[in-house]
Design a protein around this ligand. Sequence first.
Ligand code: THU
Length: 135
Amino acid sequence: MEIEQKYELVLKAYHNAYAKYSLFQVGALVILKDGHYFLGSNVENASYGLTNCAERSALFAAYSNGYRKDDILELVLIGKSNDFLYPCGACRQVICELMPQDATITLFKLTKLYKQIKVKDLMPYLFDERELNAE
Ligand code: THU
């Protein structure tokens, strides 16, 4: 997918954010190897702790539609911040389990400026399923 289309789609997710309490909108886009994609937005609640971040919304949508880790090519993210908007700690944990470690994460500023990192850059000392099976 061209960078221009990624920007347009993730911006759509940004505008779909339900962020009436923080007023901080975040958009995410999960791109699949087969060409399909899913948008995700942050969805807040009057019971604040029930908020779902944009990254998790998009990844859960992909998984809910039957896609799995090896089907995922890329995660795209957009939000308004001083630096690029990086995923929060909870989302990093989820991203590291649900996406391949060498998959790309594209981070857009609202201005369309972007940078790219890898999933494996997010979490040193990751807790994952290997620990659950430790002897
Ligand atoms: N938020 C995200 O959607 N993703 C992040 O990685 C950072 C935080 C949302 C959660 C909440 O709705 C708002 O941004 C402010 O924290």
